[in-house]
Write a protein that binds this ligand. Structure first.
Ligand SMILES: Nc1nc2c(c(=O)[nH]1)N[C@H]1C(S)=C(S)[C@@H](COP(=O)(O)OP(=O)(O)OC[C@H]3O[C@@H](n4cnc5c(=O)[nH]c(N)nc54)[C@H](O)[C@@H]3O)O[C@H]1N2
Ligand SMILES: Nc1nc2c(c(=O)[nH]1)N[C@H]1C(S)=C(S)[C@@H](COP(=O)(O)OP(=O)(O)OC[C@H]3O[C@@H](n4cnc5c(=O)[nH]c(N)nc54)[C@H](O)[C@@H]3O)O[C@H]1N2
Ligand SMILES: [Mo]
Length: 694
C-alpha cells in the first residue's frame, strides 16, 4: 500500500487555523491529525476537525451538478452535466448583464468564510464578479463592528502574540468561549494558570469556559462598554494607572478622565446587572497586577460586538491596556484579531480594476432578508434577480430568517449554490454545484488568531465530479467570454499572489517553500506597543479619537444600551422580557458539521437554556418543549433549566440546520437585521423574546 502524509490546513472560520497532517493510503484520506510541530496547533485538534475524514467522505456529499425539479426550498434535484450547468448559469447571467448600463447589479454574490482560504475564498470569484459588474457584498456578518472599534483605538487589528499567553498573570476572557471557539488559546491559558495566573470570564452565560475560570462576571448582554467605563473610573480614582505610559503613548487622557467620572461603580453595576463589588474588585485586580510589574492580558472575542453598541464596547475595552501600561509586556495588552499582521494582496487576488470605472452598489449581507424582498427603486437600484452563493449558508445563519427564506423562495430569483452538502440554503437552489473540500484543493491561509501563514496541499483527488470554487468561476468566465489572462491563473499561481512580497513581514517569494514546510511566522515585534508606535493617525493609543469625531461618533469611550432592552425600549421589554443569545455550540462551526452524525449526536437536539426562576414564572419544567417568540417569528425546542443562564437571559446554542429541528426553524427566526453602531455588523445577541410551554 502507498502511504503518504500531506501537509494541510484547517479551513474553518476559527482563530486557530490549525496545521493538519493528512494520512493518505492508496488515494484515500484515512486520518487527519494536528501537526505536533506547529507551535499553536501542538498536535491537538478540536472534536470537529478530528472528524474531517468523516465529513469529507460523508454519504451525503454533493458529487454531481444538479438542477431543481421541485418547488423552491423543497430540496428536490436531478443530476445534470457540468456543461449543462455552466451553460444554464452563463445564459441567465448574460441575459441580465446584456441589458447594458448597470443592469448587472441585479446579480449578487453571497459568500463568507465557509473556507478561510485566500484562493477558494475571494480570488477567482471576485475577479468574475468585478468583470461582470455585479453588486458588491459587504461581508459584515461577523467581525466588522469590533474591528472598527478596535482600529479607532489601536490603529489596526493586531495585538498580543497568542504564544505569549502562558506568561500572563491575569487573563480576562471577555466575550469569548475559547474551549469551544478558540481551543488553542485556551491551551496557552491553561499553561498560564499552571504558572499561577488568574482567569476571569466576562460573559452573561456560564459557558464551558466560564465554568473553568477562577471567576465569572455574568453581566447583561450588550453592557460591556459600561463595564469598561467603570473599570477606567476606578483605575483612575484609585491611582492604579501607569502615568508614564499614558503621558508618552496615549492621546486624550484628560478628556477621558472627565468622561469616566460620569461612571461610578454604582451606576456601572446597575447598568450591567452585577454588584458594585464585582466592578471594584475587577478594576483592582487589573490595576494591581500591572503595578506589581506582571502581565495582564485581555482576550476579547466576538461575543462583545453582537449588540447595538458593539463597536464602541470593543473600543472601550481596547483602551484598558494603555491605562495600566500593560503593553510594556510581551504577554500584556489585548488580542481581538491578528488579521492585519498579514500583508494580503487583495488587489491582485480580487482585481477590482476589472470594474473599469464602474461603481456597483453594495448590499450588506446582514440585511439579505429585506434586500431580497425589495422592488427596484432609485435608492435601491435594480431588484436582485440572480444570487450566487458559495462558502456560506445564509438561510440558516442570516438574521430574521423568515424574511430570508421568503426571499430565497421568490419564483423570479435565479439562485446558484456551490456547496459540499444540501444545506438549508442549497434547498432553494436552481442550480446546485458540488464543491471540493480542503482535502481536495490547493489553498493558502492567513489567520485571525496567530501569526503563521499556512499552506494547504491537496491530499486526495476531488470526489465524484466536485470542483474547486476557483475552477467553477474559471469555467463560468470562459463561457461568458472573459479573456483577461487572470481568468486562466492556476490555483497554485493564485496562492503565490496572495501576499505582498515587497513587505518586510513576508520577505520575498514564499509559496514554493511554504508548500514544503507548511507554515511560516510573520516577522513581528514581540511587545508591539511597549514603546508606543500605534498604527493610529497620531501614533498613539487613541483614548480620544479625532477620526471618530470626524466620522460622527463620540470621540471618547461611551455607552449605548442594546436596541432591545428596558433602557431603550420599555414597551417592547414589557411584551418580551427575556434577552436571547445564540452563541456557537461546541460541536458545530457556525452551521458547518451539523450534518455530521457523530457531532450532532453529541449536541443532541436544539435546546434553550433558561434560569430556574424564569422557568418557574412560566410553569415550565425540565425538558418541556417550549416556543420562543417575538414579533419577527418563533421556533420550538426543548428547554434545559439551568443557572448557567443568568436570570432574564435565555441561551440557544447554534447554528442548527433548520431541517433537523422539529418545526424546521432555528434561532435566527428571532434575530433582527438591525445593524451595530460601527461597521454595519449584525446584532445577533440584541434580541428580546418571550417563552411559553407548547
Ligand atoms: N466550536 C465553534 N468554534 C467557533 C465557531 C463555532 O460556531 N463553533 N465560530 C467561529 C466564529 S465564525 C466566530 S466569530 C467565533 C465566535 O466565538 P467567540 O468569539 O467565542 O464568540 P461567541 O461564541 O459569539 O460568544 C462567546 C461568548 O460571549 C458571550 N456573550 C454573548 N453576548 C455577550 C455580551 O454582550 N457580552 C459579553 N461579554 N459576552 C457575551 C456568549 O455567551 C459566549 O459564551 O468562533 C469561531 N469558532
Ligand atoms: N444566531 C446566530 N447566527 C449566527 C451566528 C451566531 O452566533 N448566532 N454567528 C454568525 C457568525 S459569527 C458567522 S461568521 C456566520 C457564519 O455563517 P457562514 O459563513 O454561512 O458559515 P457556515 O454556516 O459555517 O456555512 C459555510 C458553508 O460553506 C460551505 N463550504 C465550506 N468550504 C467550502 C468550499 O471550499 N467551497 C464551497 N462552495 N463551500 C464551502 C460549508 O459546507 C458550509 O455550508 O454566521 C452568523 N450567524
Ligand atoms: Mo464569525
Amino acid at each position: 500500500m502507498a502511504t503518504s502524509i500531506i501537509r494541510a490546513v484547517c479551513p474553518h472560520d476559527c482563530p486557530d487555523t490549525c496545521a493538519l497532517l493528512v494520512t493518505v493510503q492508496d488515494g484515500v484520506a484515512t486520518e487527519v491529525r494536528g501537526d505536533p510541530d506547529h507551535p499553536t496547533t501542538a498536535g491537538v485538534l478540536c472534536t470537529k476537525v478530528a472528524r474531517y475524514a468523516e465529513r469529507t467522505y460523508h454519504k451525503s456529499r454533493l458529487l454531481s451538478p444538479m438542477k431543481r425539479i421541485g418547488k423552491k426550498g423543497e430540496g428536490k434535484f436531478a443530476p445534470i452535466s457540468w456543461d449543462e450547468a455552466i451553460t444554464t448559469i452563463a445564459l441567465r447571467l448574460h441575459s441580465i448583464s446584456a441589458r447594458g448600463g448597470d443592469a448587472a447589479q441585479a446579480i449578487l454574490p453571497y459568500s463568507y468564510a465557509g473556507t478561510m482560504g485566500l484562493v477558494q475564498g475571494e480570488s477567482m470569484a471576485m475577479r468574475f464578479f468585478h468583470k461582470l459588474g455585479a453588486s458588491r457584498l459587504e461581508r459584515t456578518i461577523c467581525s466588522t463592528a469590533g474591528g472598527e472599534g478596535y482600529k479607532y483605538t489601536i490603529g489596526a487589528r493586531i495585538g498580543t502574540d497568542v504564544e505569549q499567553t502562558e506568561h500572563a498573570k491575569l487573563i480576562l476572557i471577555w466575550g469569548g468561549n475559547p474551549i469551544a471557539s478558540n481551543l488553542h488559546f485556551w491551551m496557552w491559558a491553561q499553561q498560564a494558570k499552571r504558572n499561577g495566573a488568574k482567569l476571569i470570564a466576562i460573559d452573561p452565560y456560564r459557558s464551558l469556559t466560564a465554568e473553568k475560570c477562577h471567576q465569572h462576571i455574568a453581566l447583561l448582554p450588550g453592557t460591556d462598554a459600561a463595564l469598561a467605563l467603570g473599570l477606567m473610573h476606578v483605575l483612575i480614582a484609585e491611582n492604579l494607572v501607569d502615568q508614564d505610559y499614558l503621558d508618552r503613548y496615549t492621546e486624550g487622557f484628560e478628556q477621558l478622565r472627565v468622561r469616566v467620572a460620569e461612571w461610578p461603580p454604582q451606576r456601572v453595576a446597575a447598568t450591567c446587572g452585577i454588584s458594585v463589588d464585582e466592578v471594584l474588585q475587577l478594576a483592582r485586580d487589573y490595576g494591581a497586577t500591572a503595578q506589581r510589574g506582571e502581565a495582564t492580558l485581555i482576550r476579547i472575542n466576538y461575543g462583545v460586538q453582537r449588540t447595538h453598541g458593539g463597536g464602541m464596547a470593543v473600543r472601550n475595552v481596547a483602551c484598558l491596556p494603555a491605562l495600566v501600561g500593560s503593553w510594556r509586556h510581551a504577554a500584556g495588552g489585548i488580542l481581538l484579531s491578528s488579521s492585519d499582521a498579514f500583508p494580503k494582496d487583495r488587489a491582485t487576488l480580487e482585481r477590482p480594476d476589472l470594474l473599469a470605472g464602474r461603481t456597483p452598489r453594495s448590499i450588506n449581507m446582514v440585511t439579505i432578508g429585506d434586500d431580497l424582498l425589495r422592488a427596484a427603486s432609485p435608492e435601491f437600484g435594480p431588484k436582485i434577480e440572480a444570487l450566487i452563493v458559495y462558502n456560506s449558508n445564509p438561510v440558516a445563519v442570516a438574521p430574521e430568517s423568515d424574511k430570508v427564506a421568503q426571499g430565497f423562495a421568490r419564483e423570479d430569483l435565479f439562485t446558484v449554490v456551490l456547496e459540499h452538502f444540501q444545506t438549508d440554503t442549497a434547498d432553494y437552489a436552481d442550480i446546485l454545484l458540488p464543491a471540493t473540500t480542503q482535502l481536495e484543493h490547493v489553498d493558502i491561509h492567513s489567520t485571525y488568531g496567530h501569526l503563521y501563514m499556512m499552506a494547504n496541499n491537496p491530499a486526495i483527488a476531488p470526489l465524484g465530479q466536485a470542483k474547486p470554487n476557483t475552477e467553477i468561476f474559471r469555467m463560468l468566465a470562459a463561457r461568458m467570454g472573459f479573456v483577461e489572462p487572470c481568468f486562466q491563473d492556476s490555483d497554485d499561481a493564485i496562492a503565490a499572489q496572495a501576499f505582498r512580497t515587497d513587505d518586510a513581514r513576508v520577505a520575498g517569494p514564499y509559496w514554493d517553500q511554504l508548500k514544503q514546510r507548511g507554515w511560516q511566522k510573520m516577522v513581528m515585534p514581540n511587545a508591539p506597543f511597549a514603546h508606543g508606535g500605534f498604527p493610529t493617525v497620531s501614533g498613539k493609543c487613541a483614548l480620544y479619537s479625532q477620526p471618530m469625531a470626524d466620522a460622527g461618533f463620540d470621540p471618547l469611550p461611551a455607552y449605548t444600551a442594546p436596541h432591545e432592552s428596558v433602557a431603550s425600549n420599555p414597551e417592547l421589554a414589557a411584551h418580551y422580557p427575556l434577552a436571547m443569545i445564540s452563541p456557537p455550540a461546541r460541536n458545530f462551526l457556525n452551521s458547518t458539521f451539523v450534518n455530521v452524525q457523530s457531532l450532532r449526536a453529541t449536541e443532541g437536539e436544539p435546546h434553550l437554556d433558561m434560569h430556574p426562576a424564569d422557568a418557574a414564572a412560566r410553569s415550565i419544567a425540565q425538558d418541556d418543549r417550549v416556543r420562543i417568540f417575538n414579533d419577527r417569528g418563533s421556533f420550538v425546542c426543548r428547554v434545559r433549566i439551568t443557572d448557567k443562564a443568568r436570570p432574564g437571559l435565555v441561551v440557544g446554542l447554534s447554528v442548527w440546520w433548520k431541517k433537523y429541528a422539529a418545526d424546521g426553524k432555528n434561532a435566527n427566526q428571532l434575530t433582527s437585521q438591525r445593524l451595530t453602531d460601527m461597521g454595519r455588523g449584525p446584532t445577533f445577541y440584541d434580541v428580546l423574546v418571550e417563552v411559553e410551554k407548547v
